[in-house]
Write a protein that binds this ligand. Structure first.
Ligand SMILES: Cc1cc2nc3c(=O)[nH]c(=O)nc-3n(C[C@H](O)[C@H](O)[C@H](O)COP(=O)(O)OP(=O)(O)OC[C@H]3O[C@@H](n4cnc5c(N)ncnc54)[C@H](O)[C@@H]3O)c2cc1C
Length: 296
């Protein structure tokens, strides 16, 4: 069986190729734009060069043409917003359904989350092509391999191209949350934007990356949407995760519950996060965080 891997980030491409290798005889990575292709990760790399002005999502028709030519039996997709657009169109073209948010595989049985992470289900893909979106860490133990024989795909112009209306640079903290050993995450326990300085100071001491729960991005816009963690955001597996002022709703926790050690700081001793963390500290972030930063 042949497997397609669709990814936007190099690390995700490597991990998904490694995972695809556990079930497929041939692994084909579709690399769109200027993604750095990981060394020796797939049998074949199909490269899609984006024409001037085109964005990742516009590559869907080119990927569909490659899919028709290659006829893979499985597609493993990184769950980013752009990859999901392409994977969704590809699945619709193939007449297949997508098993989203897979958190574990046992052979061809996938365990995935639904209802925003509240439920889990074990299922096999229906139909002739299996489509999965798979978060970081699921295939962390698998080994990628392959000769990376590279082919350039001919661009198939989309019937309706994305029209860029405006753009603004993403504020980058300088730390790649996928690569950070330690992630500090801020939640609605931070009452004002200025209080995020407390989390920043802790990050600096720990060499950590700063992430957050969704409410700190959408709505208040204190942090960019690219750094919120959870079922609809980033799914991380750092060595240490420090959740500050986060209640522990499942939609957030599925993005961090594969951390090596999960610390929680919350002023409510009954907060659900205390049932899910390895170490819990009941206290106000305004006093705990400065004390912690000073003590380190
Ligand atoms: C379909 C769907 C998808 C979703 N996807 C995501 C997702 O990907 N990621 C995500 O994060 N959310 C997601 N959500 C939202 C999610 O359900 C929660 O609403 C959100 O995670 C709550 O964020 P929070 O824990 O920061 O806020 P809250 O739930 O409001 O918790 C704030 C916590 O801070 C504590 N606190 C308050 N003040 C202090 C203080 N001074 N010191 C210490 N502790 C304090 C409180 O006791 C409380 O426990 C999704 C929701 C839906 C319906």
């Amino acid at each position: 069986m042949k497997a397609f891997v669709l990814a936007e980030r190099s690390d995700a491409a490597r991990e998904l190729c490694a995972g695809a290798r556990t079930v497929a005889d041939e692994v084909v990575l579709v690399a769109v734009g200027d993604m750095e292709v990981p060394a020796a990760c797939a049998d074949k790399v199909l490269h899609v060069a984006l024409p001037e002005g085109a964005v990742f999502d516009d590559a869907a028709d080119t990927v569909i043409a490659a899919f028709d030519a290659e006829q893979p039996g499985a597609v493993f997709a990184e769950p980013t917003k752009h990859v999901k657009v392409v994977a969704g169109k590809l699945a619709a073209h193939a007449g297949a359904s997508v098993i989203t948010d897979v958190i574990a595989f046992d052979g061809d049985v996938a365990t995935n989350m639904y209802f925003g992470g509240v439920g889990q289900k074990q299922q096999k893909a229906a139909g002739s092509v299996a489509f999965y979106t798979v978060g970081a860490g699921v295939f962390a133990e698998a080994e990628a391999s392959g000769a990376n024989a590279t082919e350039e795909l001919a661009w198939v112009a989309p019937a309706k191209a994305v029209k860029l209306v405006s753009s603004k640079p993403i504020e980058k903290s300088g730390v790649d949350l996928f690569k950070a050993d330690v992630v500090v995450a801020a939640g609605r326990g931070f009452a004002e934007k200025d209080e995020l300085k407390l989390a920043d100071d802790l990050c600096e001491k720990l060499g950590a990356g700063l992430g957050c729960s969704r409410p700190l991005t959408e709505g208040v816009d204190w942090l960019p949407t690219e750094v919120y963690i959870g079922v609809s955001g980033l799914m991380l597996s750092p060595k240490v995760y420090v959740a500050c002022g986060i209640s522990g709703q499942m939609q957030h926790m599925v993005g961090c519950n594969r951390a090596g050690a999960l610390f929680a700081i919350n002023k409510d001793k009954n907060a659900p996060i205390f049932k899910q963390c390895d170490y819990g500290l009941v206290g106000d972030i305004k006093t705990v965080l400065p004390a912690l930063t000073a003590a380190l």
